[in-house]
Write a protein that binds this ligand. Structure first.
Ligand SMILES: Cc1cc2nc3c(=O)[nH]c(=O)nc-3n(C[C@H](O)[C@H](O)[C@H](O)COP(=O)(O)OP(=O)(O)OC[C@H]3O[C@@H](n4cnc5c(N)ncnc54)[C@H](O)[C@@H]3O)c2cc1C
Length: 234
């Protein structure tokens, strides 16, 4: 959807193949939400790049040498966290943050950084092949909480967004709630994640995010350096 306008209560969605007419629109575009898709979403999400790798199948000895005694999901306590788990077929999956910009994301160094961090955690995995790796955008909201919401009661536009890096399970549940709401049962949903909009960070940052949006990535770059310092040095 490259844009839409609403006339007489009907939404006209512009797509490369033509215009789709709709009575209601549910937005579930995750970290790929463009700034111009809808006025209610401008500057309310910070897309962050996330990176994931999966090793080849590990042997029992390697698993023992890593001290992995559980298949539960694990996270460390860094600000720039790593999250990992032993998959059912004995591969290790581990993920963390990636580059700042999409242009930089395909660079080998971000994969190498994650592989290096895996080696620091599990020295026994030095040299183990990486069978899969991927990266993508996640949709971080400014209070780290998702929202399933109709931002303007006069308009039949709804969204389910803001899962950060935790949306695989949650987005399926949110999709069900979004459909329920579009079907006219929104009044049954009265938790804050249903009743409030995706927030701006705060008044100061709201002004900044409107006026200085192009510079957000500089701020993020600085924050990543600072968090790295706190995680690894201080
Ligand atoms: C590397 C990586 C690792 C992750 N690991 C985990 C994990 O271990 N556990 C977990 O819970 N979550 C994880 N996540 C996050 C999880 O993938 C997302 O939270 C989840 O996929 C969000 O689902 P969604 O349906 O809301 O959006 P998405 O799956 O992002 O789908 C959004 C869709 O909208 C489409 N779209 C965007 N704009 C438009 C438009 N204008 N018109 C039409 N279509 C549009 C996109 O093409 C995309 O297909 C990870 C993400 C990444 C990138």
């Amino acid at each position: 959807v490259q844009g839409f306008e609403t006339r007489g209560g009907v939404h006209y969605l512009q797509t490369p193949g033509g215009v789709v007419k709709a009575r209601a629109v549910g937005i579930a575009t995750g970290g790929y939400t463009s700034q111009s898709l809808h006025r209610e979403l401008k500057n309310r999400l910070l897309p962050i790049l996330s990176n994931s790798i999966v090793t080849r199948k590990l042997t029992d000895d390697e698993i023992e040498a890593c001290g992995l005694r559980t298949r539960q999901v694990i996270t460390d306590t860094r600000i720039l966290r790593h999250y990992y788990r032993l998959l059912p077929d004995n591969r290790l999956q581990i993920g963390s943050r990636s580059a700042i910009t999409g242009r930089d994301a395909p660079q080998q160094k971000y994969k190498d950084m994650l592989v290096g961090n895996m080696h620091r955690k599990f020295p026994a995995l030095q040299g183990v092949d990486i069978d899969y790796s991927w990266w993508g955008w996640v949709d971080v909201s400014h209070d780290m909480m998702p929202r399933i919401h109709q931002p303007d009661a006069k308009e039949t536009v709804y969204y389910a967004l803001g899962y950060g890096g935790n949306g695989v399970m949650y987005s399926a549940q949110a999709g069900r709630r979004l459909a329920q709401w579009i079907a006219g049962h929104g009044q049954e949903l009265d938790l804050p994640i249903f009743t409030s909009k995706l927030p701006y960070p705060n008044v100061r940052e709201m002004v900044e995010s409107q006026a200085f949006a192009p510079f957000r990535r500089f701020g993020q770059r600085f924050l990543y350096r600072w968090y790295h310092l706190k995680d690894e040095v201080l």
